[in-house]
Design a protein around this ligand. Structure first.
Ligand code: FAD
Length: 497
């Protein structure tokens, strides 16, 4: 990182009017070390985990809620939008500052403020990493149920903004079911509390509204979460199938028996061949797909549920079931699941990770469609996903340097998203709409539905202040279409809305 300069930045043709004054005011309020404005520093903040890119004008690192409030106020005075950012692991372009402005990075607000064991509540700052919280509460026999596969890097603020899920949210529910209260900074820098420490706070549930709003309503500066007791017994097993379709059939067969495993994940052949040589977890290299299944509860219940799951898998065509006998075996099976996406990154110059959701009974047909569509476009596809939730994640592997490949990948992704919607599903299961899927919102919502969402943003202070061009189609200065296309249009100086 280049040294941040306290001197006002020089006027440059690349900077919007008033840039120097904006930087100076932010430096005065937050301290020079908390403000980045040099081009070589800004480059590190132009992306998240998608293929989207856009440079912020300034990046700030608040240390307190008051710093966040000051940054929001100053950005407003200078007519700049504000984009919140956690760890930048988002998979929908949510933290990419499409129209520039002030990027507020919450990573320095990373303290766990309280763990209240008796009431099973924790209070934390938004930059706390998901795994940091899990590790802090585990010695007390507690856990924070939402466990995104990115839990080693993603922040709780990002989890709240995206209403993130994870392998273990099948039985426990996603982030919104585990957030009790929030402190947020709204337009004007106003600091407000939503919800509280109780499960059901009186009044309109603005906490629920804020969770999943993807940084478009304000900035989360403190989070109060519900913790659950770690189950006394757990059984982890792997069911091996010859095809993705057979494994998909087994998913419904298990749930039809009235069993909700705490996790029900699928890894296909491509993924197994990428992770097994690295992790040696015992996934068979010749499998078409495996289901990684976990049941938990009291010991007797776990025995009964485990036996029922095994039977359902055998009847659906599983050729083999392997049970983890030790904690180390279990950890290795999960390790392979958690590093799966990174392994794709190591095997291909680029990949495009899709996130769709379908009723789980439609999984076999939709997965067939995913394989056919990606083959027709000539892309290798690897599937690793939360099968129990019907939440698929096809990963299309491609080379962005190949002429037209990025455009074809986006076209292919759009077809697959269409398959999900036509099957009665939706265009995201957990990664959010962000930049990349806002044009798909019209497939699932009527103009009246979208107008209602827009009205919420207006009520919170307007659609242009926080994270403009995200979630909802349209918006002043936001070209329409996919994020990558929209950015290209904006660079060409077009505003199609
Ligand atoms: C390998 C890999 C695996 C993943 N697995 C999963 C998974 O299993 N489940 C899942 O749900 N997601 C998963 N993700 C996606 C991602 O990790 C989550 O969406 C995560 O919650 C993003 O957190 P972040 O801190 O990185 O947020 P960022 O990417 O920085 O931001 C995400 C969004 O949140 C907003 N935001 C961030 N902080 C705040 C705040 N304090 N206040 C208001 N808005 C804020 C941003 O503006 C943006 O819109 C995965 C990503 C990767 C790369």
């Amino acid at each position: 990182m280049a040294t941040s300069s306290t001197a006002a930045p020089p006027a440059s043709p690349g900077h919007p009017a008033g840039h120097a004054a904006l930087v100076r005011d932010l430096q005065n309020a937050l301290g020079a070390a908390a403000v980045l404005h040099l081009p070589e520093d800004l480059i590190a903040f132009e992306y998240d985990a998608t293929i989207e890119r856009a440079l912020p004008e300034v990046v700030v690192f608040p240390a307190t809620t008051e710093d966040v409030s000051a940054a929001v106020r100053i950005a407003e005075q200078h007519l700049r939008p504000v984009v919140p950012r956690g760890s930048g692991s988002g998979l929908s372009g949510g933290a990419v500052p499409l129209t520039g402005g002030v990027l507020v990075v919450l990573t320095k607000m990373n303290r766990i403020l309280e763990i209240d064991r008796a009431n099973r509540v924790a209070v934390l700052q938004p930059g706390v990493i998901n795994l940091q919280l899990q590790e802090a509460v585990a010695p007390h026999g507690l856990l924070f149920a939402p466990d995104p596969s990115s839990q080693r890097v993603c922040s709780l603020g990002g989890n709240v903004a995206n209403n993130s899920g994870g392998p273990h949210t099948l039985a426990h529910g996603s982030t919104v079911n585990h957030v009790l209260g929030l402190e947020v900074v709204l337009p004007g820098g106003r600091i407000t509390r939503l919800g509280g420490r109780l499960v059901d706070a009186p009044g309109i549930d603005l906490r629920g509204l804020f969770v999943g709003s993807e940084g478009t309503l304000g900035i989360v500066t403190e989070i109060t979460v519900r913790l659950v007791r770690a189950a006394p017994a757990v059984r982890t097993l792997v069911a091996v199938f010859d095809s993705v379709e057979a494994a998909s059939e087994a998913v419904s067969a298990i749930i039809r028996r009235g069993i909700i495993p705490v996790a029900l994940e699928m890894l296909d052949r491509e993924i197994i061949r990428l992770v097994e040589p690295r992790i040696h977890a015992g996934y068979p290299l010749d499998a078409g797909a495996v289901l990684l299944i976990e049941v938990e509860g009291l010991a007797e219940g776990v025995d009964a549920d485990g036996a029922a799951v095994e039977e359902a898998c055998h009847l659906a065509g599983a050729r083999e079931i392997r049970v983890a006998h030790t904690a180390a075996e279990r950890d290795r099976l999960w390790e392979a699941r958690k590093v799966g996406i990174g392994a794709i990154g190591a095997a291909s110059p680029a990949f495009y990770l899709l996130d769709g959701v379908v009723p789980r009974t439609r999984l076999p047909a939709v997965m067939r469609g995913v394989m056919e569509t990606s083959a027709r476009y000539g892309f290798r596809v690897a599937n690793i996903f939360h099968a129990g939730d019907g939440n698929l994640h096809p990963n299309l592997m491609f080379d962005p340097d190949e002429e037209g490949a990025t455009a074809r990948v986006l076209e292919c992704a759009e077809e697959i998203m269409r398959l999900c919607v036509d099957a009665g599903g939706a265009v995201t299961g957990e990664h959010g709409i962000g930049l990349e899927k806002r044009s798909y919102m019209e497939w699932i919502y009527s103009p009246a539905d979208l107008a209602a969402m827009h009205a919420v943003r207006v009520a919170f202070g307007g659609a242009e202040r926080f994270n403009p061009c995200k979630v909802l189609p349209g918006g002043h200065g936001c070209a329409s279409g996919h994020g990558a296309e929209a950015m290209a249009a904006i660079r060409r100086g077009s505003d199609s809305v």
